[in-house]
Ligand binder design. Structure first.
Ligand code: SF4
Length: 339
């Protein structure tokens, strides 16, 4: 898939933009002042595959808490700052790896300039992140971002990441297209306030999917009213579905119908549990199918496959390597995949 050409930006030990993989970002949902709970959630996120974590800093004390969190966290931390520019200055002192500023609520020239000077001194990139919920009257997502970008550039600051997130898909996509013509800074993409787990995942998949197909996106965050680890799981699925990242084998399985010959739901669940996220496995695709209608073809096209029947067929690299009873089928398929 063709990706938009963007400049590279270094965030702690991670580089985004250019040809680097699209990085997965999420946000802690704890009170940042609760250092223990926040560190626990950062660890959960890291273990789930999150590569950048953003923390809300609504107060000066939360910016101070960041100092202690930063001492123990292993992945890059982004300070999310609104309204009070002094919090941004404190966040830099606390060792944040990136700042997120909202041009809708920190836009005064002298304040942005002070932040830019300090960020440049400490080599901290800034995301100019506009949301449809905080754009000022008379401005658009694009014009609001451009104004802030200009202030930063006038200070000789170019370590910029841009996000333009609307709740409406059309607005978000049009804004990215317009912005891509004007700047080459990396895009952080996502559909803001996408909603609860189920509907929000679908909306994010469609929105981010379209943006990614257009070549936009250097980091991604799926915003869900759910535990942040779920955001990471959905983001990984979006990237893997478009073959932009690989997070272990993809499972191809049929929906089942009245022709299904085996307990496909249980088999798929068990295989999924055993292989999901295992990037060390050679298998890229595993097909698990209910019967001979579409089964053999899908199983042949995958690296490994299982097709239900009186005797289930197990496939490896397009060849049948076993015909076995259903009760032994999962074990046999897993043995092939994990070999
Ligand atoms: S592969 Fe067979 S069981 Fe699965 S949906 Fe198709 S016809 Fe039904």
């Amino acid at each position: 898939m063709k990706r938009r050409k963007t400049r590279e930006v270094r965030i702690g030990n991670l580089t985004i933009g250019g040809k680097n993989p699209i990085a997965i970002q999420s946000m802690t949902k704890t009170k940042t002042e609760d250092i223990e709970a926040t560190l626990f959630q950062i660890k959960e996120l890291e273990e789930s595959g999150c590569e950048l974590v953003r923390l809300a800093l609504p107060t000066l004390s939360s910016a101070k808490a960041l100092y202690k969190i930063k001492e123990k966290a292993k992945i890059p931390l982004i300070a999310d700052v609104h309204f009070n520019y002094k919090i941004a200055l404190h966040a830099i002192d606390s060792g944040c790896d990136k700042l997120r500023l909202n041009p809708g609520n920190i836009a005064e020239k002298d304040k942005v300039v002070e932040i830019a000077r300090k960020a440049r001194q400490y080599k901290i990139p800034i995301r100019v992140g506009a949301n449809s919920g905080s754009v000022k009257d008379g401005e658009t997502l694009v014009s609001s971002c451009l104004k802030e970008i200009k202030l930063l550039e006038e200070e000789g600051f170019f370590d910029i990441v841009v996000s333009i997130k609307g709740t409406e898909l059309e607005e978000t996509i049009a804004s990215h297209t317009q912005m891509a013509e004007l700047i080459d800074y990396p895009f952080h993409i996502g559909i803001t306030e996408a909603g609860p787990m189920f509907s929000g995942s679908i909306k994010s998949a469609i929105g981010c999917g379209i943006l990614l197909c257009e070549g936009f996106g250097d980091t991604i965050r799926v915003s869900l009213t759910a535990h942040p680890v779920e955001e990471v799981r959905v983001a990984k699925e979006i990237l893997a579905s478009l073959s932009l990242r690989h997070f272990g084998p993809e499972i191809i399985s049929c929906p089942t119908c009245g022709r299904c010959k085996i307990d496909l739901f249980s088999i798929v669940n068990e295989v999924e549990e055993r292989i999901t996220g295992r990037t060390s496995l050679l298998a890229k695709k595993v097909a698990i199918m209910g019967c001979e209608v579409n089964g053999p073809k899908e199983a042949k096209r995958a690296d490994f496959g299982l097709v239900g029947g009186l005797r289930c067929m197990v496939f490896r690299n397009g060849e049948i390597v076993g015909r076995i009873a259903e009760e032994d089928a999962t074990k046999a398929l897993l043995a092939e995949i994990l070999k």
